[in-house]
Design a protein around this ligand. Structure first.
Ligand code: DC
Length: 237
């Protein structure tokens, strides 16, 4: 497979990275984007941005009609950077704020709603329509771009994901390694069990389990997967 024909327009390759929270998807996506000269798009940041707006408007995260009304006058912009994305909510940079714990919990709740997911998926398809992107999330290989040239499902045991995240977080009394693991398991369960586009590996995804791998090993394995699926001339570096 090289360039894919969608109707009459050809597009560049798409690399889809899916997997549970804390598996290292963002690090992998940023690395592959730099390595191969692609744009890196973190779709989770879009759910986070809408969740932040829901918090600011004091909305009930279970109230889908109210969330859809809010979405109708919401503009979310992802600006790919060397590391990760800058996130603009209605033109305001919320990149740091969307990583806070209250937004993380809210994003997990708002992302279960089918209509809201459709609203997000439409925008994500438009963002990636020309290809040349590494798109990272939960449903990229299954729902957003089922025809992606490369699909990686990055997994790791919850204890290992929680441990890594614990060591990346600034220590506070309220946050323990156990509380992070419990929180990850709760979000995993919501992501995997929702009715609409639940988190699961696409049938044609390459599954990488990083539980017993170093970061370098994971990144090297991911590069190999890309090279196995995309002809060299389409990789910029
Ligand atoms: O990847 P993340 O932790 O930034 O994602 C935030 C939330 O958004 C997470 O609870 C799952 C949800 N999400 C989703 O449902 N589908 C995506 N494609 C990306 C994220």
């Amino acid at each position: 497979m090289s360039e894919t024909t969608t109707g009459t327009a050809k597009r560049l390759p798409i690399i889809a990275i899916d997997g549970p929270a804390g598996a290292g998807k963002s690090t992998m996506a940023a690395h592959l984007a730099r390595r191969f000269g692609f744009l890196n798009l973190e779709t989770g940041a879009m759910y986070r941005a809408l969740a932040l707006k829901a918090i600011e408007n004091d909305l009930d995260f279970g109230d889908e009609p109210a969330l859809m009304e809010l979405a109708a006058y919401t503009r979310i912009t992802l600006q790919p950077q060397f590391e990760g994305n800058r996130v603009l909510l209605d033109g305001v940079d919320v990149s740091r704020r969307v990583r806070d714990e209250d937004v993380t919990a809210a994003a997990s709740r708002v992302s279960v709603h089918p209509q809201l997911r459709t609203w997000m998926v439409d925008q994500q398809r438009a963002l990636g329509s020309k290809g040349g992107v590494v798109m990272e999330g939960r449903d990229i290989g299954t729902a957003v771009f089922p025809d992606a040239e490369v699909k990686i499902f990055l997994d790791a045991a919850p204890e290992v994901r929680g441990n890594r995240r614990y060591h990346q977080t600034s220590p506070t009394k309220a946050v323990t390694e156990e509380s992070i693991i419990a929180d990850l398991k709760e979000r995993d369960s919501r992501d995997r069990n929702r009715a609409e586009s639940p988190l699961k590996a696409a049938e044609d995804a390459v599954i990488l389990d990083s539980t017993a791998m170093t970061l370098n090993e994971v990144l090297t394995a991911a590069e190999e997967v890309v090279r196995a699926h995309v002809p060299e001339p389409l990789l910029h570096k």
